[in-house]
Design a binder for this molecule. Structure first.
Ligand SMILES: NC(=O)C1=CN([C@@H]2O[C@H](COP(=O)(O)OP(=O)(O)OC[C@H]3O[C@@H](n4cnc5c(N)ncnc54)[C@H](OP(=O)(O)O)[C@@H]3O)[C@@H](O)[C@H]2O)C=CC1
Ligand SMILES: O=C(O)[C@@H]1CCC=N1
Length: 273
């Protein structure tokens, strides 16, 4: 499906790196099918050294070479990038934007009649465990959707949803690895506090999150039922959970997702103005 197709990236920061890492590990394409653009020569040298991909400081060369063009720059500068690429795009180039908050409406107002897929992925695509949600633009056909779904499904789970869900998706799965890394770091500190080595504690914390997540996905059981299986009457787990409830951890997580969702909404409004 992706044979002989060139994939371009405008912006080669954290998310482009994670995505390229994942799609190369999945053997979806070869490094010579990927061309990466950035304003920083240092970043390009890093990407060429790490992955063996083609790199260029020229946005024009990237757009001209790409069959599929990923927009992986910050939302704050996307307007300038859209203005730069609009006159260079061929009508058959498929544009994939992962910019948080940037709606298909904003993208299509600058890239007239271009097939566009908006995606909200997350950084675990780097290790084949991403969660990506796609929304199709008005000029993206079914085959465009299938192609982008194939790319993101090769690096984790990928689903197509209505664009209306995108801010909430950004608040939950797009930003979610950030919350989980904080949890893992905190659990590691906790292990150290009760006398474990930092090294052991980190592995225990991360593996515990991984195992619990896998149980939810593989058993299909409600998380509350799985939690009940851990809590022996009068035992240790319920003593710990009691503290989490007292400290409002559940409400803090709900508030965090809500705050990130609102931020995504604001970023979209600012770019429109
Ligand atoms: N990080 C994440 O977990 C996720 C990010 N996203 C989205 O992905 C996009 C990229 O995020 P992220 O990778 O974290 O951001 P980064 O800042 O790490 O990457 C953006 C890169 O683009 C470069 N850049 C800036 N201006 C230009 C330009 N005019 N042309 C080409 N390159 C340019 C930046 O250089 P410099 O740093 O020198 O400015 C930087 O290297 C954002 O829109 C974000 O919303 C979506 C899902 C998850
Ligand atoms: O923080 C951000 O804006 C990006 C979008 C989702 C995750 N990181």
């Amino acid at each position: 499906m992706l044979q002989n197709k060139k994939i371009g990236f405008i912006g080669s920061g954290a998310m482009a790196e994670a995505l390229i890492d994942g799609i190369l590990k999945a053997n979806l394409v070869t490094p010579s099918q990927i061309i990466v653009n950035d304003i920083s020569q240092n970043r390009l040298e890093h990407m060429a050294g790490k992955f063996g991909v083609l790199t260029t400081l020229s946005i024009k060369d990237t757009v001209k070479a790409a069959d599929i063009l990923f927009l992986t720059v910050k939302p704050q500068i996307i307007n300038g990038v859209l203005d730069a690429i609009a006159p260079l795009l061929s009508p058959t180039t498929l544009v994939v934007s992962i910019a948080a908050g940037i709606t298909i409406g904003i993208l299509e107002s600058k890239l007239i009649r271009i097939p566009i897929v908006r995606v909200m992925p997350n950084t675990p695509v780097a290790v084949g465990e991403g969660m990506s949600v796609l929304a199709l633009g008005h000029y993206a056909g079914e085959e465009n959707g299938e192609l982008v779904l194939t790319i993101f499904a090769s690096v984790g789970r990928a689903i197509i949803m209505d664009e209306n869900a995108m801010d909430a998706v950004t608040g939950l799965s797009g930003s979610g690895p950030g919350y989980v890394f904080v949890l893992i770091d905190a659990l590691t500190d906790a292990g150290v506090r009760v006398g474990l080595s930092r090294q052991n504690s980190l592995v225990m914390a991360a593996q515990t999150l991984l195992g619990a997540a896998k149980m939810v996905l593989e058993t299909g059981e409600h998380p509350a039922r799985l939690r009940d299986m851990v809590t022996s009457p009068g035992g240790t787990a319920i003593a710990g959970i009691h503290v989490l409830e007292q400290k409002g951890v559940r409400a803090a997580l709900i508030d965090a997702v809500e705050a990130a969702t609102k931020r995504s909404q604001e970023m979209g409004k600012k770019s429109h103005g």
